[in-house]
Design a protein around this ligand. Structure first.
Ligand SMILES: [Zn+2]
Length: 344
């Protein structure tokens, strides 16, 4: 089968690899129909030390179940399924709490030993806990929005929950990538009053407005912090969604939260420390968040997608086939594309 392998900085190749197959009785085998490239794939794209086996890539995908192991009960051959970006058993202490990213028997797609979503087939460990069956066919018009349930829409929702978005609250979103844009959708869905998007790219700003952003701040650094203060009567935001991960974004996020407010961080931190320890202490600012347990959110968000109340699939502005994946990485890295969908 064909699959995406990353060997080092800016070195992504599509290669023929051994076919995915069932190993454990709890596995399923999925033939991928749609997948995508994630903003978080760009961190290794720009920093991965050269590796000879290389890392299989991709953690967002929808596909058709081709086979199941003897212990699998909840999915069957022929089901169309969406996979969250981490796999989990659905039964352990943390899964029962809705924190499937900390599953005691779970893990992450790709790397050296597991299949990734950016390939024709994936072996799914813990299939019963991991997969969610979709009640539509594989070519349904809502497929782009359904695909975002594997990561970016659930991650934006997680940022909003961690930042304690509630009806009428003032929300700020740091980061105008696909997750930030989904964060705007999530904030609006949870009833936010004012939604301030910090971003600079015209296409992303326009989409953010469509999704519900009420104000746009295109300044950077201290000027951005100052502008958010002006827009919030000098108080700052109740809820800040940090959807980038590097230190400057986090510094901005904690600086625009009001006293007693909360920052929900879902960008993978690229530094060891969180900035502004003293100001956030004296202002009683909560800093929460982490990898979103998107598996917990799929059922909650699915009706909103199926009934058209939210359209997160609009974050996809480019479509390619498997052979075009390396150029998709380049296009996202150069901010030529917001998010690239792969059709098989
Ligand atoms: Zn678990």
């Amino acid at each position: 089968m064909r699959a995406t392998v990353m060997y080092g900085v800016h070195d992504v190749r599509v290669e023929t690899v051994p076919d995915a197959k069932i190993i454990e009785s709890t596995d399923a085998l999925v033939r991928v129909t749609r997948a995508c490239i994630c903003g978080s794939d760009l961190w290794p794209y720009n920093s991965m030390p050269a590796s000879e086996p290389g890392n299989r890539m991709g953690h967002e995908f929808i596909g058709v179940v081709d086979a199941v192991g003897s212990a699998v009960r909840k999915v069957k051959k022929g089901d169309l399924v969406v996979a969250p970006f981490a796999w989990s058993d659905g039964t352990c202490e943390f899964c029962q709490q809705g924190l499937q990213t900390s599953c005691l028997h779970g893990g992450w797609w790709g790397g050296v030993t597991l299949d990734g979503g950016q390939g024709e087939g994936v072996r799914i460990p813990q299939a019963d806990g991991t997969l969610v069956v979709l009640p539509v066919g594989p070519d349904h018009a809502l497929m782009p929005s359904l695909l975002t349930l594997s990561d970016v829409m659930g991650t934006g929702h997680h940022a909003a929950l961690a930042a304690r978005v509630k009806p009428g609250r003032v929300v700020a979103v740091v980061g105008d990538g696909a997750v930030g844009l989904c964060g705007v959708i999530a904030a609006r869905r949870l009833g936010a009053g004012q939604i301030i998007m910090l971003g600079r790219h015209a296409d992303r700003i326009s989409l953010a407005r469509t999704f519900g952003a009420t104000d746009i701040v295109s300044e950077r650094g201290d000027a951005a912090i100052e502008r958010v203060r002006e827009l919030t009567g000098g108080l700052g935001a109740h809820s800040v969604l940090e959807c980038v991960g590097h230190g400057e974004a986090m510094r901005t996020a904690v600086s625009i939260a009001r006293p007693g407010g909360a920052v929900g961080r879902v960008g993978v931190p690229q530094e060891e420390t969180i900035p502004n320890a003293q100001p956030t202490f004296y202002s009683n600012i909560t800093i929460a968040g982490g990898p979103a347990p998107v598996r917990a959110y799929i059922e909650e968000l699915l009706p909103d997608v199926l009934e058209g109340r939210i359209e997160p699939g609009r974050v996809f502005d480019r479509v390619t086939n498997i052979e075009g994946v390396p150029d998709g990485y380049r296009a996202m890295n150069e901010r030529e594309a917001i998010k690239v969908m792969i059709e098989f």
